[in-house]
Design a protein around this ligand. Structure first.
Ligand code: S3P
Length: 175
């Protein structure tokens, strides 16, 4: 098969409210490359917002679209890539990220505690998995996922009390 056209300089993973999209933009600016977000890719493909995909088509369909979006971006996006918070749950995506990391790719887990994530998450309707009691739902997601985030990551950055610019600087220094 032909070689990939390009692959990300870094892939950002972590829960909702960890600042993935904002840090991706800041890091991309530092590196002089483009930032890309698989949530936006999925919305573009589906032609509707994520909350509508969940309502109309269900989470499994969202995860299918997300798996495809991640796979495409990993072989075609030469900038910084931010994944949706749950993308790492998918075994296919886990395998794709492992192959990317094995080839020298950088997967960054933006670790964060509820106190720092909550103001960013709020009661945003764009996050259907956090409806109802967002704080409790977030804690539940994070407890279940933290081992997966740590397993998939090649670099863990503690973001609590630090600005997106500071987090981006730390990642850039590690590249
Ligand atoms: C999800 C996180 C969201 C989005 C979808 C599902 C999750 O992305 O992909 O609502 O399972 O954690 P963000 O992490 O950008 O909020």
């Amino acid at each position: 098969s032909p070689p990939p056209t390009s692959r990300p300089r870094a892939v950002l993973i972590g829960p909702p409210g960890s600042g993935k999209s904002t840090v991706a933009r800041a890091l991309a600016r530092l590196l002089g490359v483009a930032a890309r977000d698989t949530d936006a890719d999925v919305e573009h493909t589906a032609g509707k917002p994520i909350r509508e995909i969940f309502v109309d088509d269900g989470e499994p369909m969202f995860r299918d679209l997300e798996r495809a979006a991640v796979a495409t971006a990993l072989i075609s996006h030469g900038g910084v890539l931010a994944l949706g918070g749950g993308a790492v749950l998918d075994p296919g995506t886990q395998a794709a990220l492992a192959a990317y990391a094995e080839a020298g790719g950088v997967v960054v887990f933006l670790d964060v505690t509820l106190a720092h994530a909550a103001p960013r998450v709020g009661f945003n309707q764009a996050r259907p998995l956090l409806l109802g009691n967002p704080r409790a739902q977030w804690q539940h997601l994070m407890e279940a996922r933290r081992p997966i985030y740590r397993q998939v990551a090649t670099l863990v950055v503690d973001t609590d009390g630090r600005t997106p610019a500071e987090v981006a600087q730390e990642i850039a220094a590690a590249l």
